[in-house]
Design a protein around this ligand. Structure first.
Ligand SMILES: Nc1ncnc2c1ncn2[C@@H]1O[C@H](COP(=O)(O)OP(=O)(O)OP(=O)(O)O)[C@@H](O)[C@H]1O
Ligand SMILES: [Mg+2]
Length: 417
């Protein structure tokens, strides 16, 4: 009786060992079964233990995941050849890796699949790398902010005007590093301007707003004069730069941009303008989808997450938390899933680290970045930590925050997109 119990325990231990080592297959299962039925099983058990030891010598220190890591949007496979995939509702995703390690390629792979499954996509790209995704779905717009696109940042796109005024003032001031005094100045003059224009069933353009502020007179050297100058200076920068022609309209292509798959190439505008456009776009998409019932998800990929998620933006003196911080916690209600890529995860703020379902670490060379990702993934095992410093090309460490919670090693397939 005691012997029999010992055999059962040994079999179970071996079964767990085979599974952990990723070598539980038809062959090893048969060996285990025949060993269990034999009176003297020790020889077979030794064979299986040796197989486990050899397999462990050649594998990484990470657990071998089971089928719970799979999902319809597949992007990699694990050491035990288990497919790895996401569900569109797995909000959000942080992808970290030094330059050239394949972050944008991984975005393309994931977004191409999402498009094929009928989900909408929006990509904010820092160069032209992502535009060949059009080959997957030619109903995709590429917007590079040349003269062919028109966009009025003051078009509320269905959001009640008074709410939109607040949103616009917040986004404008955060993107341009101006503070509360200027924000209130904007609100004071933008609300009446909206009242005037909506009587004629249209909206003011950014130039209308600039002209309105230009026409205002205040006592010299007063605080109000200072606010006026700050606002004029930022508005002028936008209107007399690359975006001048784009913004020169009352109603532009906003609806087409909100409805279609879009790839925004933002490399030819200033950092402040990039931050302004991206935050404005995300806010409009969030409200637009909130107002319309959507069955399918929208995946938004941000190729350079530091632009809006940078840690320094969360700790600016005298400034509110970035808009994106609130958006990240609420956009899932509008079925929006954000994918953020970064070369320097230690410079990315807490909001994306704390609110990501999936974290994907491609090779990184800066110890600070590696330690940051280890902490973000809750990695404690010293062997796993040491492995992070020697990831090979196309190798990644993946951590999901539910379904399967241990970090595991993944191989990104070679793709041509
Ligand atoms: N999965 C892959 N399959 C095939 N080639 C790949 C893959 N991942 C990356 N590459 C190759 O490596 C190059 C660099 O990849 P990618 O542009 O995606 O890197 P990145 O991490 O986005 O770099 P950066 O941070 O500079 O934007 C690509 O041009 C591509 O040729
Ligand atoms: Mg890239």
């Amino acid at each position: 009786m005691k012997n029999n119990l010992q055999k059962i325990v040994s079999s179970l231990e071996l079964l767990a060992g085979l599974k952990d080592a990723g070598i539980f297959n038809a062959q090893t299962a048969r060996t285990l079964k025949t060993a269990h039925m034999k009176r003297d099983a020790s020889h077979k058990y030794e064979q299986l233990k040796t197989a486990i030891t050899i397999s462990q010598m050649f594998s990484s220190p990470f657990a071998k995941p089971d089928e719970s890591v799979d999902g319809p949007i597949r992007f990699a496979f694990a050491e035990n050849n288990q497919l790895i995939g996401m569900f569109p509702y797995d909000c959000h995703v942080l992808i970290a890796g030094q330059t050239g390690t394949g972050k944008s390629t991984l975005l393309k792979l994931i977004f191409a699949e999402a498009m094929m499954q009928g989900h909408k996509i929006v990509l904010i790209a820092k160069n032209k790398d992502l535009r060949n995704l059009i080959s997957q779905n030619n109903n995709t717009l590429v917007i590079n902010f040349d003269d062919t696109i028109k966009f009025n940042p003051l078009n509320p796109c269905g959001i009640p005007i008074s709410d939109y005024c607040n949103l616009f003032a917040d986004i404008f001031c955060q993107a341009n590093n101006v503070f509360d005094g200027s924000k209130n100045y904007i609100l004071e003059h933008l609300n009446p301007l909206y009242n005037l224009y909506t009587q004629h069933r249209t909206y003011p353009s950014l130039r209308d707003f600039y002209t309105k502020i230009l026409s205002l007179k205040h006592p010299p050297n007063s605080r109000t004069t200072h606010y006026r100058e700050s606002v004029l200076n930022r508005l002028g920068g936008m209107l007399y730069g690359t975006l001048g022609n784009v913004f020169d309209c009352s109603i532009g292509h906003e609806n087409a941009l909100l409805e279609n798959n879009c790839i925004f190439e933002i490399d030819n505008i200033t950092t402040e303008q990039q931050r302004f456009i991206v935050n404005l776009l995300l806010t409009k998409l969030f409200y637009h989808r909130k107002l319309n019932n959507n069955e399918k998800w929208m995946l938004i990929g941000i190729d350079d997450a530091n632009l809006i998620f940078d840690a320094s933006l969360e700790t600016r003196f005298n400034a509110d938390l970035p808009i994106i911080h609130n958006l990240l916690t609420t956009v899932r209600k509008s079925k929006i899933n954000i994918f953020a890529c970064t070369q320097t995860p230690h410079q990315v703020g807490a909001s994306i680290h704390s609110n990501s379902f999936a974290k994907i670490m491609l090779p990184l060379s800066n110890g600070k970045d590696i330690e940051c990702m280890q902490q973000s993934m809750g990695m404690k095992d010293p062997d796993q930590k040491a492995y992070c410093y020697k990831l090979k090309p196309r190798e990644a460490i993946v951590k999901f925050s539910s379904r399967y919670q241990d970090p595991f090693l993944a191989q990104i397939p070679e793709v041509e997109l």
